[in-house]
Each structure stands twice: as C-alpha cells, then as structure tokens.
Design a protein around this ligand. Sequence first.
Ligand SMILES: *Cc1c(COP(=O)(O)O)cnc(C)c1O
Length: 398
Amino acid sequence: MIRMSELAIHGGAPIRKTLLPYGKQSIDETDVEAVAEALRSEFLTTGPLVDKFERVFAEMVGAKYAVAVSSGTAALHAAASAAGLRAGDNAIVPPMSFVATANCVRYVGASVLFADVIPETLTLSTEKTARLVTAQTKAIVTVDYAGQPSDLEDLTTIAHRHGLVLIEDAAHALGATYHGRPVGSIADLTTFSLHPVKHITTGEGGVVATNDSSLATHLKAFRNHGIKVDYKQREKGMTWFYDVEGIGYNYRITDIQCALGLSQLKRLKLWIDRRRVIARAYDRAFAELPGVKPLVQLPDRESVFHLYVVLLDLNQFRAGRSEIFSALRAENIGVNVHYIPIPWHQCYRDLGFRPGQWPNAEGAYERMLSLPIFPAMMDDDVGDVITAVRKVVAYYRK
Ligand SMILES: *Cc1c(COP(=O)(O)O)cnc(C)c1O
C-alpha cells in the first residue's frame, strides 16, 4: 500500500502527479497575434519594432537609452566592451551568479577578480569589493541576485571614487526598485535577459540600459559589427558608405522578437505582483518551519523574485542538501540550485581559482534550494510546494 506520508523517493505517493518547474514563461494569444503581425510586416530583423521596444523598455526602467541585443549574455559582453574593459584590466565580480556574469569580462580579454557576497542576500559585498580594487581595476559587475537589487548606492560610491564603471547584471531584476528608483536608472550600465525563465521573454534576448549617450552609441555599434550608422540613417542619406572603427558582433535582436517583447511588457506589472504574492505565501509558511530560511529582504529595496531561494540549516537535518533536493524532486517539485560558485567551474579552475576563498557564497551554495516561482503558478501549486517542503523536512529532521 502507498502511504501519503511516505516520501515519494522511498516509494510513497508524490505530492504532485506532474513536475512543477522552478520557472516558466507565460504566453497568451495576444503574444501570438503580435508575433504573427510582425511576420506579415516588411521587417523581420532590425526595423521599427526594435526601436519601439527600446523606447518602451527605457521608459519602464527609467533610463535614457535601452539597446536590445540577442541575449542577456550578449548584453553583458556589450556592456563590458562599452565600459572600456580590455586586456590588462580586471573587473570585480561576485562568485554567486550564472557564469555569463564573469565570462563577459574574459570575452574582452580582461581578468576576473571574485569578491564574496553578503550572506543574508547573496549580493556583492561592497566591503569585500573595495578591498580588491587595484590600479588595473576598470569595472565592477554586480548582480541583483534572485531579483533583489544589490547595494547600488555603496557600489556606485566605490566605483566612482576609483574611476570604475559599475555594470549591474539585472537579469533577475526587471521591475525591481532601490530607494524607490527603478533598476536600470542607477548603474552606469544595466543588463537584462529576456530568456523564457526571466520576467518577460523574447525567446532569446537581452537589453543594456544606460543614461550615457556615448555608451549607448558604443552599444549600438557593438551589436552590429561595429557599424555606427543604422539602416534609417543610411536610407535617409542614400549612401552605401560606412566605416568600421572598432570590431563588433552580430548581436542584433529581431523585429519578430521585439513584437513579443512589447506584448509581454504590457503584463510585467501584473506578473511582478503575482510573484510577490507567491513569495509572501512562502515567507509565511517558512516563518514557522525551523531549518528553512528564506533570503533576507532589505527594507530599502523591492525584489521582483525571479527566484525564491531558501537556505537550509543543515545542523537540524540528518541529510544534506542533495538528498533533500532529490526527495523534493521525487515529490514532483522542480527545485533547483542557483548557482554553483563561478570560480568552481573548470574554466575558472584552469585560471588557478581554488575553492575556499569565498565562504559566504560557497557556504550558501551547500545549503541552497530555489523553489518554483513564476506568474502562472496557481494557489494550489504554491500549496503543493509548501506541503512537499514540510513533508520532506519533517522526515529528515534530527
Ligand atoms: C540568465 C542570466 C544571464 C544570461 O542571460 P541569457 O539571456 O541566458 O544569455 C546572465 N546573468 C544572470 C545572472 C542570469 O540569470
């Protein structure tokens, strides 16, 4: 006989019949119609919808300029280039992020220095960052981990005191605010990802926001082979001539994608509200569950909860994170782990990085779980996650 109380991993009935993923896009018929309309228009790639998407996006994040590109990673690469990073320079990056955050520094030939994160929020520590600044440092790349803005004011102060560029990887943080100001209006360069698990999607896509017109000009050329005149200017001037001053890439986004992006942006506020409701339900449930601690939410900033991360107090359990992870997966709860510390990856070990130097990021990694959170989650889904966490945690409690 299958008993409900028995863990699914031990042959019991799972809490859910189907796997609940940790994140998922929301696409409706208005999105489909918007894309179909773009397909019927004159432009498939760089056309009026790219311009329009950039205008609407810039306004939404409170920036003067938004430059849309083919991915969040391309956005980081473009930002690193615009920041003037090159061989011989270094940039300071948190170890707790997706690898692209650090890779962008290497794309332009510069070196990465890892500064540890703050244990409560897993965002870059200003204090640790300040200690690492050398004469070769050109930039700081901070990450708004899980959707909560990092210490943007202190980081800006440190950056500008030393003449560094502050790049904010806000792949998790579209719509978040810091001291009431939108993410995208604060750092020198802010990058966003439009991957399907992020807040809005264009399939693949990314955006760099800035208030600096010369940085915006660089970004626009960088995504288009280094060519400075765009299709409209050339049409107007009736000229074939262009010069490529600096090497660029084809990181263009398409009109088809921007049609989807524009359609998705209309629901962003609604989706953020829903993510916050889900996060509050988790907060309430886990406040009464010893050993399961959500990240701290600071009162001077508003997260948009790309992720909902809990840290397990492993002293209270007879099992490690990986057993608890597997037990939750068996219950059909699509828990995940964000992230393996960047310097632990082989392509960073090859540079000489060794584990043990970033105790806050590395300690959190051993204890962390991302729980499902996305706007289309129903209240029943949220209830399933809470029930499954309670069930698994009760079993493994010492
Ligand atoms: C998703 C993500 C990226 C990369 O974005 P893509 O659009 O997948 O290239 C970069 N940094 C962070 C923190 C991310 O979560």
